[in-house]
Design a protein around this ligand. Structure first.
Ligand SMILES: [Zn+2]
Length: 273
């Protein structure tokens, strides 16, 4: 199983890096975790959405879901014929499974309908025709190819689930957005790679729900995670990111990595590409 960071910014893209998006490849398929601004472009450089087995959205903050619309429209345009345009593949691809927090599907359908294309009305319906929308609840599981997924409720300003993925040989956990919570220990228990958000330079005591580097390090320690990847940066300053990595290293004994766009790791093998 391999992880590629497509984007790692909290909020909007910065410094040439996209917002949240992580491509997990293994088990004969690939899964996109979150789809923030810039991810449709970054994914396009790695084969686009066609090879995906599923998209999983941690929560409905814009920096984690904004590019679902261009991704859906890309899937639609793969099968629509434009007069004078390039020939398209015969037949429509199967809708792409899209896992959303419970109650979010209707909002996205209304969002897509805000941008009608009267001459090609199918383009208004990405969430009906391009995606197979599946609303999940905390504790749900899913199987994508040979990948098994678990969804763990964490603590954030919007309902957010972290995702735990295994191919039977290696296991990865991704937080989405979260504050400090005992649920992180279940999410990341014994994983080969713990992908943890690291938005802050100190512990968040308010309702927003984010982690500092030290918070992420302590969670990795208590969960016995083998490696830690910090991401969801609120700054593109390398020194700020390095300081957060140092904060984690002070409380966690395993390898700590700082995410950047394009960062790729074969999960569990400690192999840097
Ligand atoms: Zn958020």
């Amino acid at each position: 199983m391999e992880l590629t960071v497509l984007g790692c910014c909290s909020g909007m893209p910065a410094g040439g890096e996209a917002s949240s998006g992580y491509l997990v490849r293994g088990g004969g398929t690939s899964v996109l975790l979150d789809c923030g601004p810039g991810i449709a472009t970054a994914l396009g450089a790695l084969g686009g959405p066609a090879p995906l087995g599923a998209v999983v959205i941690s929560h409905l903050h814009l920096d984690h879901c904004y590019d679902l619309l261009p991704l859906g429209k890309t899937l639609l345009t793969m099968v629509l014929d434009y007069p004078g345009g390039p020939p398209r593949a015969a037949g429509a691809p199967d809708p792409l499974p899209l896992y959303l927090p419970h109650g979010c599907a209707d909002l996205l359908r209304r969002w897509a309908a805000l941008f009608p294309v009267p001459t090609l009305p199918q383009l208004d319906r990405a969430f009906d025709l391009a995606f197979d929308v599946r609303e999940y609840r905390p504790g749900d599981t899913a199987r994508i190819g040979a990948l098994d997924l678990e969804l763990h409720e964490l603590r954030h300003g919007a309902p957010n689930c972290g995702t735990r993925i295994t191919d039977g040989a290696a296991t990865l956990a991704y937080t989405g957005d979260t504050g400090v919570t005992p649920a992180l220990e279940d999410l990341a228990r014994d994983v080969d790679l713990f992908v943890a958000e690291c938005s802050l330079d100190r512990t968040d005591t308010g309702p927003q729900g984010h982690l500092s580097g030290a918070d992420a390090g302590r969670a990795a320690t208590s969960a016995d995670a083998r490696e830690l990847l910090l991401t969801h940066w609120t700054s593109d300053d390398p020194a700020w990111r390095a300081a957060r990595r140092d904060d984690a290293r002070a409380v966690y004994g395993g390898p700590v990595h700082a995410a950047h766009a394009g960062w790729t790791d074969r999960v569990g093998a400690l192999t840097r590409l």
